[in-house]
Ligand binder design. Structure first.
Ligand code: GLA
Length: 766
């Protein structure tokens, strides 16, 4: 085993060296030999590090710069380095490790179990040795050629992405001063979006097992100062509430100890020097983790005003021991900086995710309009009622029909059947084929809801394999929504789930899965021990990756009781996410604002549902429901069989309008023009056109004269035609007028009287 690992490491290194040799002429060097400085110049920002005299690697700085700024670090003065005193934080170690520093947070802590006798020289062992000091031993620049796929260049984002432009990866190799423990720092650079993906590879070439006790994927240092942190906080049905808070001196932690990303926090942040940035302007440092499991973002604001962010694994129940010859590669910490405020940071992340993270299946230029049966029929399914719904859906313009929960096993309610993924003969006596065939005949794609990681104790699978769930023998098994979690630490379980999903796709011509995950973890007892936190995520990723590799036309939507599994790691494997189970547009519009801080609209599934909302009991207009759902990937969840012909016609017209504006919504640049309590106004911009989306949803605005909402990104001297869903001509305006004064207010009394109103307009150059 050890020999195999050793050989594996050797082959990886040889392969890497070959790649380096092959790419040497292609890559920018990023390195100034005269000052031993690395500088990564990006479109409107930079990132710099330096190797000190004793080979420590320190962060020199990063920040936003005007486009075209020339960077020359070839004659930089000596880096300001303090001598050892009470505080050594001014070292700004690129990867803070535990050892000589032990009173600040670190990115990496290991314990060497024993000192080699050559080093102890008769001294008592003082083991374990918790002292890791990394020193620079070399670097390369290699090309991340997404077409070829390079398994060693983790983290992979699943499938080919929209852009296959090869990107440079700066690879910096470090080694402990005494032990053969190697740490390689990777920096994959996406200059046009000013984004660096950082990850680490730790390789144990010592003769003993090395426990890793803390492990971040990277540490980000921002320029010293007092900062405000913008992030989201939430819960089931109220995900992505935007919070901006001062980052006080001390430590602040965002995390989730789970097998999904979690509703309460989401692994991204925006940081700006207090008072120096807004939505529209100023320098904003941002970061996000490409990981869907036990994650943490630890913000350390020191009294010296040094601020650093450690992003990586949550370590409450963390265990990772590297055997001799073993390597661990972390997921990525994605980060960058914008000079265009929080809006600019969001646009950089959106562009990066659209072009380099989201899968790009054949024919997948735009996300289709989806119909989902959940709120229409819940568990009350039948071939006839679903065919009736599908016909109505096709007639109003739906392109993808998804049957939600209840089609399998004994799943007539949420207390039984999870785990038994065979079509229920009680519900569909002739299987799914008659429905699937009809859906396809109607010109739509066919999709199914699945919750592959879960099992109801009342299921055949559980009766056959009660040991296949996370548990501790002889202790209680806590249920959540009457379900337990399968133990993905068992390879046979992961294999079984792959086979089940594989045969569902094969037998039913499925081209869409809504992949759900409806509970948090408890009693995480697994045959793989504490590694289960990573093994579970790896199992989910590998099933998705295998399915997508085998079925290029298969799309996946990530759902976890709504928005519980949304992050850059899962977005490399799924095409869209279910942002929230809360489909009330008055709540959802703010969920969308928070989501949009980090994630692109293209991936944000949003449904139009009942007039009286099932989650909140609130009645809202069809206009508002569509205006809010049309901000992302549009879906319909209304029981269409209960609608009148006039209502269906209104749906048809609105869906046709959505299809006309879809290339802008799903591919354009988002400007959050106005976000205030009760107000959300967006403009989504492509070259010659914009979508203007406005929602006033809270309280009466009597007596408030609305400020003009100025548009952005137009050509001052061009003329723009403004139309609505009826294609009604709402006037022509010059670009300068729209950018100076905005659009005329909507609603009675110049928009003053109506407490709830919304509109979606197409603004197009004539
Ligand atoms: C979760 C999902 C819903 C629906 C139900 C089905 O709550 O978020 O959209 O699929 O499960 O049980």
């Amino acid at each position: 085993m050890v020999l195999l690992r050793y050989l594996g490491g050797l082959i990886r290194r040889l392969h890497r060296n070959w790649k380096v040799a092959r790419n040497q002429n292609m890559s920018t060097n990023y390195y100034y030999d005269s000052t031993r400085t690395f500088v990564i110049p990006m479109a409107e920002s930079f990132y710099a590090m330096r190797i000190l005299e004793d080979d420590r690697l320190v962060n020199v700085g990063s920040g936003a710069l005007p486009a075209g700024t020339i960077l020359d670090f070839s004659a930089m003065e000596r880096y300001d380095e303090s001598e050892y005193a009470f505080d050594v934080q001014r070292w700004r170690l690129e990867l803070p490790t535990y050892g000589d520093i032990s009173y600040h947070d670190v990115a990496l802590k290991v314990a060497f179990p024993e000192a080699p006798s050559s080093l102890t020289d008769g001294d008592a062992p003082h083991s374990p040795v918790r002292d890791l000091r990394l020193r620079y031993i070399g670097h390369d620049v290699v090309s991340s050629d997404t077409d070829e796929g390079q398994p060693w260049l983790a983290p992979e984002h699943g499938l080919p992405t929209k852009s296959s432009v090869a990107r440079d990866v700066l690879v910096i190799r470090m080694k402990d001063i005494a032990y053969d423990l190697y740490v390689t720092l990777f920096y994959r650079i996406t200059p046009e979006y000013g984004i660096i993906e950082r990850w680490l590879e730790i390789e144990n070439q010592t003769p003993f097992d090395v426990p890793v006790e803390a492990l971040a994927f990277g540490t980000v240092h921002v320029p010293n100062g007092r900062y405000d942190l913008t992030r989201t906080a939430g819960a089931w049905a109220r995900e992505f509430g935007t919070v901006t808070q001062p980052l006080e001196t001390g430590k602040f932690i965002l995390d989730h100890q789970g097998l999904n990303t979690g509703h309460p926090n989401n692994p991204f942040y925006l940081l700006n020097r207090r008072g120096e940035a807004t939505e529209h302007a100023g320098e904003v440092f941002f970061g996000a983790l490409a990981y869907s499991g036990n994650w943490s973002l630890r913000f350390e604001a020191l009294a010296t005003t040094a601020v650093r962010v450690h992003g990586g694994y949550e370590t409450t129940d963390f265990e990772l021991t590297l055997e001799p010859g073993e390597t661990h590669c972390t997921p990525a910490f994605v980060h960058g900086v914008s000079g265009q405020g929080r809006g600019g940071a969001s646009r950089q992340l959106h562009g990066f995710i659209r072009d380099y993270v989201l899968p790009n299946p054949p024919g997948g230029e735009f996300r289709p309009v989806l119909y989902n049966s959940w709120e229409a029929t819940y568990f009350d399914l039948s071939t006839e009622s679903q065919i009736a719904l599908a016909r109505k859906a096709a007639a109003i313009g739906v392109e993808l029909y998804c049957v939600d929960d209840g089609w399998f096993g004994a799943r007539r309610h949420d207390r039984a059947g999870l785990g038994d993924w065979t079509v229920s003969a009680d519900v569909f006596p002739d299987g799914l084929t008659p429905l699937a065939d009809e859906v396809r005949r109607l010109g739509m794609r066919f999709g199914l809801w699945v919750e592959p990681e879960m099992i109801n104790p009342d299921s055949d699978l559980y009766r056959a394999h009660p040991d296949w769930v996370l548990h501790y023998p002889g202790r209680p098994r806590t249920e959540g929504r009457q379900q337990l979690i399968l133990d993905f630490g068992r390879p046979e379980v992961v294999e079984h789930i792959f086979e089940v999903l594989d045969s569902l796709v094969r037998d039913n011509g499925i081209t869409f899965f809504k992949w759900d995950m409806n509970r948090y973890a408890s009693e995480p007892g697994s045959v793989s021990g504490q590694a289960i936190w990573r093994d579970h995520v790896a199992g989910v990723y590998s099933i998705m990756d295998q399915l997508r590799a085998k079925y290029p036309a298969l799309d996946i939507q990530s759902c976890s009781g709504g928005g519980g599994r949304i992050d850059i790691g899962i977005l490399g494997r799924v095409d869209q996410v279910w942002t929230s189970d809360n489909t009330d547009p008055i709540d959802r519009v703010f969920i969308e604002d928070g989501y949009s801080l980090a994630y692109p609209l293209r991936a944000m599934e949003s449904w139009v549902t009942h007039e009286v909302n099932h989650q909140t009991g609130r009645r809202t207009s069809l206009d508002l429901r569509f205006d809010v759902a049309m901000r992302g990937a549009l879906g319909i969840g209304t029981p269409l069989s209960k609608l009148s012909d006039d209502e269906l016609e209104a749906y048809r017209r609105k869906i046709a309008f959505y299809k006309a504006i879809r290339p802008i919504v799903q591919g354009g640049d988002l400007y959050r023009l106005r976000i205030e309590p009760g107000v959300s106004i967006w403009q989504i911009v492509v070259d010659t056109a914009s979508v203007y989306s406005e929602a006033f949803v809270e309280g009466s605005r009597l007596g408030i004269y609305n400020a003009p909402t100025r548009l952005v990104g137009l050509v001052a001297t061009s003329t723009y035609a403004v139309t609505d869903e009826h294609n009604a001509d709402l006037g022509q305006y010059s670009g300068s007028q729209l950018m100076a004064l905005g659009l005329p207010a909507s609603g009675p009394g110049g928009g003053m009287n109506a407490s709830v109103r919304s509109r979606t307009l197409l603004v197009k150059k004539v």
